[in-house]
Design a protein around this ligand. Structure first.
Ligand code: 8YV
Length: 328
């Protein structure tokens, strides 16, 4: 007798190859028009499915999870960050949570460097000038940015992505500094010629460029608070490709308006998809709509990871990318 395939609800449209495989392997319910799920749709999904595949646009909170049906055993997140999932409630209900680490490291690091260059060398600003038809010709003292070669880069969060940023930044001639909960292995520090700062405050006060590469957790919420942002030098720039919540966005905006720091490159925001309107008016800011891992190769790799996590789980094995193991 054929075995019943598990019901898998996928909340957003995924690359075609992934969706096809999802249909072959599971009883998959796909989101053909790619609309973001409402809370009601999420509740309906966890009530009826065996597996939920959410993304960063879903708020899988306690209210949703408290209504999970008896078959809901796995949340196979499409993405690395899991701050949109209430892990404590998932744990209490015996639901395993997996993510997709590793496969978006290089793309996100690339985007971090793109933002560092864009802000320092005024790339987006220059492009806007041309599009507005305002370029009247070259001048030796016009549109001057800052050289990144020889600058100090302070990386907050020296995990996979932080290290990938450091490797690239070395090639661009920056010196590497970092703050992390734990000091990284000596060999890695040596390879990156990286300086560890136990005190984030001390590091912030001395850097030219800050890159946020840590996850958003209760411990990193507003890690760059108004007080800490004040420690930055006036010529410093801040780049964030991690999560908006790690920076007090209002405080950052106030400081940019007052020229208390020189610029910012933001791929993520505190209240996505809303962006503080005051940021839109600033020329010294480059804003991207959460595109850090947005490559077709990356999305397919993420999808493959989701498939592997689900398949191993439903086959009775421990999925490779467990964030949380349902212990019930
Ligand atoms: C993803 C991300 O695109 O993986 C993450 O944590 O921030 C993004 O790059 C998104 O989360 C997909 O859910």
């Amino acid at each position: 007798m054929p075995v019943k395939k598990p019901v898998v609800v996928v909340t957003r449209k995924l690359p075609e190859a992934i969706e096809t495989r999802m249909m072959e392997l599971f009883q998959a319910r796909l989101n053909h028009d790619d609309h973001p799920f409402t809370q009601a749709e999420l509740i309906e999904a966890v009530k009826t499915a065996d597996v939920l595949v959410p993304t960063v646009t879903d708020r899988v909170d306690a209210r949703v999870l408290s209504q999970a049906g008896p078959d809901m055993r796995l949340i196979a997140n499409f993405g690395t960050g899991v701050d949109h999932i209430d892990l404590a409630t998932a744990r209490s209900r015996g639901i395993t949570v997996t993510s997709t680490p590793g496969v978006l490291t290089e793309d996100t690091a690339d985007m971090t460097i793109a933002l560092i260059l864009s802000v320092s060398r005024r790339v987006a600003e220059g492009e806007r000038v041309i599009r507005r038809g305002e370029w009247s010709g070259w001048s030796p003292t016009w549109m001057l940015g800052h050289r990144i070669w020889g600058k100090r880069l302070g990386i907050i969060g020296m995990g996979r992505i932080g290290q990938a940023v450091a490797k690239r930044a070395r090639a661009f001639g920056m010196s590497i500094h970092y703050h992390n909960r734990n000091r990284v292995h000596e060999g890695i520090e040596q390879e990156l010629e990286a300086t560890y700062w136990e005190s984030l405050d001390q590091m912030l006060a001395r850097m030219d460029i800050i890159s946020v590469n840590c996850p958003h957790t209760p411990g990193t919420y507003h890690l760059l608070s108004a007080r800490r942002l004040k420690l930055l030098q006036r010529h410093a720039i801040v780049v964030n490709t991690a999560r908006g919540e790690v920076i007090d966005e209002n405080a950052l905006t106030r400081m940019l308006i007052a020229s208390e720091i020189a610029g910012a490159g933001l791929d993520v925001f505190e209240h996505e998809p809303a962006v503080n309107p005051k940021l839109l008016a600033l020329d010294n800011v480059v804003l991207l709509p959460h595109m850090g891992s947005a490559t077709i190769e990356g999305r397919i790799d993420m999808g493959e990871k989701v498939l592997i996590n689900i398949k191993t789980f439903v086959d009775g094995h421990r999925p490779p990318d467990r964030v949380l193991e349902g212990l019930l």
